[in-house]
Write a protein that binds this ligand. Structure first.
Ligand code: GDP
Length: 196
């Protein structure tokens, strides 16, 4: 699959406004600032496909990118802003769990987490939801360039141990947009999901 062909299709205010639930889509989620936009840009080799460094707390949209016919990448709003009102958080959780449960075309979820502090509470919740919906998860440990090789390997091994507790299809890989490593691993996992 050629990720470079990704093009922006639409921004949806909520899941009910997403394109028709046909074909195959893979969603990207993570705490804000986890490096999700950078990862999407790295994967697609497009510097400005997903916008980086958004203003925290702003109303966020679901961005939809299309690869080939009926293959989509879904950029979900970042979560974890301290200042977001509880009601907004609850609405977000509600719509996200609905999305995971009801979206037939959703064949995989990439959860992006800073390698220095992975599996925060909301990350874990999200992964549990996905596993309970039998959606495979790629736990992507971002900004891996921030750690030296030994520490990085250690974190990956620890995260793989931790991932066993989810009792589902959860793959853990390290990734760096800055140094462009881990891209092949991401492509391999996504290719499997698209081609299954
Ligand atoms: P998003 O909010 O999850 O979309 O995160 P962004 O992609 O906007 O990245 C948040 C911040 O992390 C920005 O300052 C990026 O420059 C930085 N960042 C993203 N990816 C990497 C990476 O691979 N390595 C390093 N060192 N910094 C990164």
């Amino acid at each position: 699959i050629n990720y470079q062909t990704a093009k922006f299709i639409t921004s949806a205010p909520d899941i009910s406004k997403l394109p028709d639930d046909t074909g195959i889509e893979i969603a990207f989620a993570g705490r804000s600032n986890a490096g999700k936009s950078s990862a999407l840009n790295t994967l697609t080799r497009q510097n400005s496909l997903a916008r980086t460094s958004k203003t925290p707390g702003r109303t966020q949209l679901i961005n939809v990118f299309e690869l080939d016919s009926g293959q989509r990448l879904i950029d979900l709003p970042g979560y974890g802003f301290a200042k977001v009102p509880l009601a907004v958080k609850e609405k977000w959780q509600q719509s996200l769990s609905e999305y995971l449960q009801r979206r037939d075309s959703l064949k995989g979820l990439v959860v992006l987490m800073d390698i220095r502090h992975p599996f925060k509470e909301t990350d874990q919740e999200l992964i549990y939801w996905a596993v309970s919906c039998e959606i495979p998860v790629l736990a992507l440990l971002t900004k891996a360039d921030k750690l030296k090789q030994g520490a990085r390997m250690n974190m990956v091994l620890k995260a793989r141990q931790a991932a066993i507790a989810f009792n589902g299809d959860v793959t853990v890989e390290a990734f760096s947009s800055l140094k462009r490593f881990g891209v092949d691993n991401v492509e391999n996992v996504l290719n499997q999901w698209f081609n299954n």
